[in-house]
Design a protein around this ligand. Sequence first.
Ligand SMILES: [Zn+2]
Length: 232
Amino acid sequence: MRVYGGGRGAGAGQTLENANIFSVAWAAGKITAAVAQEYFHRLYIDQTWDPPRSIEHHDELAGIQHGRFYTMEGYGPINAVAPAEIDLCAQVTLMAERHAPDYLLLHSCSADIPGHTFGGDSKGYRYQIWSIHNARSRTIPVWREMGYEVMITADHGMNAEKHHGGMEAIMREVPFYYFGDEKGPPADTLLSQLGIAASELELIGVSPATGMPPAFLGELSARSESSESEFS
Ligand SMILES: [Zn+2]
């Protein structure tokens, strides 16, 4: 069990060597939660992954205090739909209703497995992307109604040859969507994903860890607007 950076109340003292968005939020007294692939458990909860028990996780002293995790076992060409997006969105809604987390991460593999199975330029992939949009279009209004701001991005794209491990633009350039009350940078601004952690922390009223790249949403970004004209 890990107690980060001297425990709760010591959030501002964390540096990049020992900090992540969950640990900084936790140390500041915030409630954190995740609906995510099992590696988020391995990365952010300093406990052994113990299937089947780790699938559901509650621990007030862990960086992620409330979690529902899924594995990638059994998903592939004969079962290309990883936990359906609508079911993952339902888990998020339940988590929000039951635990009212200040920061809640949804990590989905709903596009990745069809991408590896059919390729990024395929009927199967496009249909799955439509399914994801459909699920989120029904649940984002629910989360907004509950008071949440929602950011959506991806860790990679997918090329037509069914993989994403390279330098192609289709692999590396991903969109960023924001549903919330803040005024963000212009829609065509090139953003760095490294600014997402600080932006999310800003929006829940927590100072980013020392050394975290600057926020592009929230009060800090507004204050630094005059000196930060590019986000790259
Ligand atoms: Zn992949």
